[in-house]
Design a protein around this ligand. Sequence first.
Ligand SMILES: Cc1cc2nc3c(=O)[nH]c(=O)nc-3n(C[C@H](O)[C@H](O)[C@H](O)COP(=O)(O)OP(=O)(O)OC[C@H]3O[C@@H](n4cnc5c(N)ncnc54)[C@H](O)[C@@H]3O)c2cc1C
Length: 543
Amino acid sequence: MERKKAVIVGAGIGGLALGIRLQAKGFDTTIVEALDGAGGRANVRIQDGHTFDLGPTVITVPHFIEELFALERDGGDEHTADFPAEMLRPEARITKGSSAGPATKKYVDLVPILPFYRIYFDDGTFFDYDGDPTSTRRQIAQLAPEDLDGYERFHADAKAIFERGFIELGYRYFDDISSMVTILPDLLRLGAVRTLFSFVSKYFQSDKMRQVFSFETLLVGGSPLRVPAIYAMIHFVEKTWGIHYAMGGTGALVRGFVQKFKDLGGVLRLSSPVEKILVTDGDGDAPSGLFSRRIARGVRLVGGEELTADLVVSNADYANTYMKLIEKNARVLQSDLRVKLTAQSMSLFVIYFGFKDDPARPLDLRHHNIILGPRYEGLLQEIFVDKTLAKDFSQYLHIPTLTDPTLAPPGCHSAYTLIPVPNKAKGDLNWQEIGEGFKEKIYAFLEERGYIPDLRKRITTEFFLTPDYFEKDLQSHLGNAFGPEPTLPQSAWFRPHNKSEDVERLYLVGAGTQPGAGTPAVMMSAKMTARTIASDYSAFVRG
Ligand SMILES: Cc1cc2nc3c(=O)[nH]c(=O)nc-3n(C[C@H](O)[C@H](O)[C@H](O)COP(=O)(O)OP(=O)(O)OC[C@H]3O[C@@H](n4cnc5c(N)ncnc54)[C@H](O)[C@@H]3O)c2cc1C
């Protein structure tokens, strides 16, 4: 059978995962990426001998990664169940040595990280979360003994949500409202539609435990006060399969995906920004009326080169895909108004810094540190709803050189600290003016609180990224860091669809689509989009 041509706009993890799957399904796939490197948010910068992963660092569900590396050219991609039995056994969580599966190991090594996170409270106490119920109970007994019973109940109820929401429904593509209606009774029964914070507050009395068991959604762009409690599943995803690190950094995983895609015959073109997705009616003319057909024919790059294809997939930002890459006359449901009504996730201020180790004062930090500020609900309200830059802040401090010293010159560390900030919907923050001062404020905090004493004297290299980077370099609407905000009215069927409702042979993949943001979800979205394309493929042959 004639091989069909696919073009994917964007080489984020979503675009690469889909490229691998389409090559396995027998398509000739070209990925066109605007930047000069692959990975999108998972891009890498090397500066003064330090390697910095710019984006994702918490790797979960290594089985999803193994599934991609195990695919073969034209071999299809449906060999195994979504959650094979061995993945659900307790020993599926690797806690020592290498956690990479045999196919992954040919490209990159993974290792488990323990504790998953050290969570610091503003009073200086901390909680080492490692997914082990015994150590969790011990620490709750020390910090908030009143919450011991609540933890047992939370554990049982969050497990039920994980089993239904992730294992049974994780790969369900909600392409029509009826698919959503059928699961609603279950979600109501499990309490999964209330907000995560109110769900967690039902079980825990202390502020500390409420924070420990709800903060994780911030790593996928959701406020615990606004995401549905179905996100309690993240806690269980981590507990079930652990948290992992790709040796060499997340960039090494991306390089592995790029190599795998090329090994399967895919073509990656970097520094190739797409200006337009080409859409015509059935006769090859511009769509003219409400009811004329709209068919994706390929893409036009900045500079004018056109690539024709049988189908186009956008891994670019959802809002910009519709508002910038597709002419207005080719859109009916995804009008500018509809897209602008979609709430975007928060943005981020991230400081990347190298610093000298001080053997006299060894770091008392972990690979992943969550440093919570004095306020939780108030701060979240200001970031997500009021969209103001608060005086206080919480941060995620990442020090991968505690696991992998190869990321820095000898005697040094490479680190980043990430601070959630409002996206640019209100547009009154001039980051070029305030960025430097904000950075200094964070450094001063890390020094004064003793997290990294004398940090500024020890710095070897640094740079920071603001919402401007997300808006300009990554072409994300309003500088969002995680796509549309994961609220209930923007989840499942209500989230942008992986198959365009407006344009035939146009699909979407990545954080802006179902099921959502975060590297495991983005890999799941690639599988869901690939399945949808495969089921439409026979229609292409017929027509
Ligand atoms: C700082 C940070 C930390 C994070 N930490 C974690 C974490 O620890 N764990 C986790 O699971 N998730 C984390 N995330 C979320 C995770 O990184 C993302 O959800 C995921 O990587 C998104 O992948 P994607 O493929 O959807 O999109 P992206 O990575 O955004 O890729 C989209 C690509 O499309 C390209 N593009 C856009 N427009 C065009 C155009 N017109 N022409 C050509 N190319 C175009 C962009 O350049 C980009 O390369 C983090 C995100 C950030 C920003």
